[in-house]
Ligand binder design. Structure first.
Ligand SMILES: *[C@@H]1O[C@H](CO)[C@@H](O)[C@H](O)[C@H]1NC(C)=O
Ligand SMILES: *[C@@H]1O[C@H](CO)[C@@H](O)[C@H](O)[C@H]1NC(C)=O
Ligand SMILES: *[C@@H]1O[C@H](CO)[C@@H](O)[C@H](O)[C@H]1NC(C)=O
Ligand SMILES: *[C@@H]1O[C@H](CO)[C@@H](O)[C@H](O)[C@H]1NC(C)=O
Ligand SMILES: *[C@@H]1O[C@H](CO)[C@@H](O)[C@H](O)[C@H]1NC(C)=O
Length: 795
């Protein structure tokens, strides 16, 4: 050996001796770390994962943990069971006789890596797994085998495995939620009693247990290296947890964490982040954490607390008359600010709360009842602490109340002793109903005001996009039935949607009796599920064979959440029967509204037009899978209680086996709204929807139908011609048939007509995108003079 090489070997040995860890991720026996604020962790070879002491909750609290070293907030992915915090001076050592040992400054052992011996080395793997090896590289212990609250790619959970949520973001001791891969092959989430560790009812199950399918139950939970999570069944089939095709392409970190709010989420984070990047959610269960109510626990928030979903996170707020037991834990219990009372009737009064329900802990149920009877019955009943009134039913309850959540049309009467009147604390904010906003352009106080208006609108367009973005992430409440109801809802993990049996829907619709309407894809019936009125759409022409494709499409539809889209609530896929369950829209279709006896006001109409544009822009540009609607027309626009426009039937064109992105032969859509490219063997793009929207917009402006039928003839589309003629000749008053309200709002009227004309251009490249349409409609950008939409008005 040459002297230089010899020196190198010595140097290497020397360096190993002082540093105890090489940048190849290995850790030698005898190495240790002491908890101080500047202690260097043991890094994996890529430097992506670190094992060591992390300061949490102030200076003197260290958590032995593994974290992402290259992510700014150094997200923790593992810590020893129970997440005990240790003070400065605590030490972790890798010992030959006992593996990893954590001791406090007094030398008392706090934790160790199981009963192992004959340790040869440790290794911080680039996967995030810290492994302790014995001789012959035999694995003695690995952090992946003892997950804390997070699973990482390449990690596998065997039957019997599990993990707990943390108490909060900074307290790593076991919280109220746990995930278990049970011995029977079922993956479940359940609440637990922190003191005893008892598990309560599951609020999510994968139904991959032996009892459900003895030959094909779940064997392992696998998080593969590419970022997909699934349950591997005994016969090798997969039960997908991460929806297929949902992962972003590119270089990302992935993790799945049971968060302290009880939601199990899969996150990703770019390996080359731009500034202010945060973890983003790919997938999560349960859909509605506010709705997990078992009978023995408090729910997602504490006792007496009320849960509402905000960005798919539970937002807990004590109702009026209650305040937090522990002010530092907003998700904890609320205590009454008054003395619950059993006094004589004349010293009792009630706090009345709107839209709050505590579905459990009742002891009397009266049906039918009315609100006054409900209240007085509680007044006279010594045991009654709270009465809940809803839909002619009354429930009397005792304290503490559990599983509180926001729910429409519920009245809660909370009893207290007069003289004990609780201080009015901030009542729960229930958003007021949304009415069409007054747009600045609507005031006609001269041009200067309109200029100011456009500037303001320019700003609000931005705000709206931010809001759309937020809404896109999802604000989603599915009505889930209480366990005591008779429906057996199977939540499908692939779609995260309740899945109904056909029989359940037959019952819900009373045998498909009350028909609401017929469309290209099927017939819609009114139904009731639980207490919620729903629209049940029986698909009649699904030609697709694969159950898989159906689910994929349903999943795509289910993942669209926008105010101007009708929300899918569930589905049925029972043999031949394919049924979709949607929210029910009380105000019918836009067709009825627009062409009915009384003409809606210009203000309402323009509000609706902008709403539809927003819904379409979302489908085209903001959801994860682009959706071309292909059949935009007034019959497919529904109106909710507040006349918000909601687009229905989106995503169904795809379901009917149409090859959307390519040239195709089977024309989809409705005469009068169909873009010319359908007839020209040209590629069909989102611009076909823009065309249909243009026709629809002209209809909304003028309250005229796009097709005019002349004495038994086939319809002739003349509206675009009429619009063009009126526009060119400056006779918009004729176009709106002397609608004074619209005419008084001339600038907006002209803008709308011009946008409509741009949208129905024959050349699809001339048509604006829906995003641009919104900006133009809202006055954010000037609209240029449109060219003639000639020769496209009839076919
Ligand atoms: C690190 O993890 C990967 C993936 O599980 C594995 O293939 C590799 O052998 C591990 N390295 C060591 C030294 O254990
Ligand atoms: C962490 O939460 C547990 C209950 O889950 C509590 O007993 C403990 O005191 C908390 N620790 C700190 C440091 O707040
Ligand atoms: C169990 O799984 C097998 C294989 O996928 C399937 O053929 C069988 O129908 C399933 N049984 C039940 C009861 O679901
Ligand atoms: C990033 O976030 C910080 C703190 O939240 C903020 O001060 C800063 O302006 C943000 N930077 C960008 C580019 O958004
Ligand atoms: C019951 O409802 C009626 C009609 O909505 C209302 O006038 C009355 O004030 C309500 N009573 C109580 C106790 O809320």
């Amino acid at each position: 050996m040459a002297p230089a090489q010899l020196r190198l070997v010595f140097l290497t040995i020397f360096l190993r001796f002082i540093a105890a860890q090489q940048n190849d991720g290995s850790v030698s026996v005898g190495a240790s770390l002491t908890a101080t604020s500047d202690v260097k962790p043991w890094l994996s070879s890529s430097g992506e994962f670190a094992f060591g002491f992390k300061q949490v909750q102030g200076n003197d609290n260290f958590l032995l943990s593994i974290w992402y070293e290259k992510i700014p907030d150094k997200t923790i992915v593992w810590y020893p069971e129970e997440g005990r915090m240790v003070p400065t001076g605590s030490k972790v050592e890798l010992l030959r006789e006992s593996g990893l040992v954590l001791t406090d400054p007094q030398g008392t052992q706090v934790w160790r890596s199981g009963s192992i011996s004959a340790v040869a080395s440790g290794f911080m793997n680039d996967t995030g797994n810290f492994v302790v090896f014995g001789s012959n590289s035999r694995k003695l212990w690995g952090s992946f085998d003892f997950p804390a609250n997070t699973l990482l790619p390449t990690q596998v959970m065997e039957r019997g495995g599990g993990m707990k949520s943390t108490t909060s973001a900074t307290n790593f001791s076991g919280g109220r939620f746990q995930l278990r891969f049970q011995e029977d092959g079922n993956l479940v989430l359940n609440t637990r009693d922190i003191l005893s560790g008892n598990a309560y009812d599951a609020y999510y199950t994968s139904d991959t247990d032996d009892a459900t399918n003895s030959t094909n139950s779940g064997e392992q939970v696998i998080f593969d290296a590419t970022g997909y999570m699934y349950i591997l069944r005994r016969n090798g089939q997969r039960f997908d947890l991460t929806p297929r095709g949902s992962l972003p392409s590119g270089d990302y970190y992935h993790r799945a964490t049971l968060d302290s709010d009880g939601v199990f989420r899969q996150y990703y984070f770019p390996k080359n982040p731009t500034s202010n990047t945060t973890w983003k959610v790919i997938w999560f269960v349960p859909r509605d954490i506010c709705n997990i109510g078992g009978n023995l626990d408090s729910g997602a928030c504490g006792y007496n607390n009320v849960c509402s979903l905000k960005d798919n996170r539970p937002n807990c707020e004590c109702p009026q008359g209650f305040s937090l037991l522990d002010p530092n834990n907003p998700n904890g219990d609320c205590k009454p600010d008054f003395t619950p009372t059993c006094d004589e009737v004349d010293s009792i009064d009630f706090i009345e709360l709107d839209n709050i329900d505590w579905p459990n802990s009742d002891y009397v149920h009266m049906k039918p009842s009315d609100n006054d009877t409900c209240k007085s019955s509680c007044l006279e009943d010594c045991f009654c602490a709270v009465a809940i009134y809803r839909d002619n039913e009354c429930w009397k309850k005792r304290l503490p109340l559990s599983n509180g959540r926001e729910r429409d049309n519920v009245k809660a009467f909370v009893k207290y002793r007069v003289g004990d009147r609780p201080l009015p604390n901030t009542p729960l904010q229930i958003p007021p109903p949304q009415y069409p906003p007054r747009l600045p352009g609507e005031k006609k106080d001269g041009t200067s005001l309109i200029v100011v208006g456009s500037v303001l609108l320019g700003t609000s367009v931005f705000v709206i996009f931010v809001l759309i973005g937020v809404i896109c992430v999802g604000f989603f409440v599915i009505y889930k039935k209480k366990p005591r109801n008779t429906y057996s809802i199977i939540k499908d993990v692939e779609t995260n949607l309740p899945r109904f049996t056909y029989q359940e829907l037959v019952e819900a619709t009373d045998g498909f009796k009350d028909e609401l309407g017929k469309g290209a894809f099927g017939t819609v019936y009114k139904g009731v599920i639980g207490k919620r009125i729903v629209a049940v759409k029986k698909l009649n022409t699904v030609v697709q064979d694969g159950e898989k494709e159906f689910k994929t499409e349903v999943d795509v539809i289910a993942r669209t959440h926008q105010k101007n889209l009708v929300q899918l609530l569930g589905y049925c896929d029972d043999g031949e029967q394919r049924v979709l369950v949607y929210e029910f829209m009380s105000n019918g279709t836009l067709a009825e509204y627009l062409f009915g006896d009384t003409k809606p006001t210009w203000r309402q109409r323009s509000f609706i037009a902008v709403g539809i544009a927003k819904g379409l822009a979302y489908l085209h540009e903001e959801c994860s899978t682009q959706i071309i609607h292909c059949d935009i027309k007034p019959k497919n626009i529904l109106l909710d209680d507040y006349f918000n426009a909601k687009i229905s039937d989106f995503g169904l064109a795809k379901l009917l086996m149409m090859n959307q992105s390519h040239t195709n032969t089977g024309i989809r859509g409705t005469k009068g709204y169909v873009a010319p490219e359908w007839f020209r063997n040209m590629p069909v793009t989102v611009k076909v929807d823009v065309y249909s929207f243009g026709v629809l917009l002209l209809e909304i402006i003028s309250c005229r139908k796009s097709l005019v039928y002349e004495s038994g003839e086939k319809g002739v589309a003349v509206l675009t011609d009429l619009a063009w003629d009126c526009y060119q000749e400056g006779r918009l008053d004729t176009f709106v048939e002397n609608d004074l309200e619209a005419f008084d709002d001339y600038k907006k009227l002209a803008t709308f007509v011009m946008v409509g004309l741009w949208c129905v251009q024959e050349n699809s490249f001339l048509r604006p995108t829906m995003r641009k349409v919104i900006q133009m409609l809202e006055g954010g950008i000037e609209v240029a003079e449109p060219p003639c939409p000639c020769s496209v008005s009839s076919y």
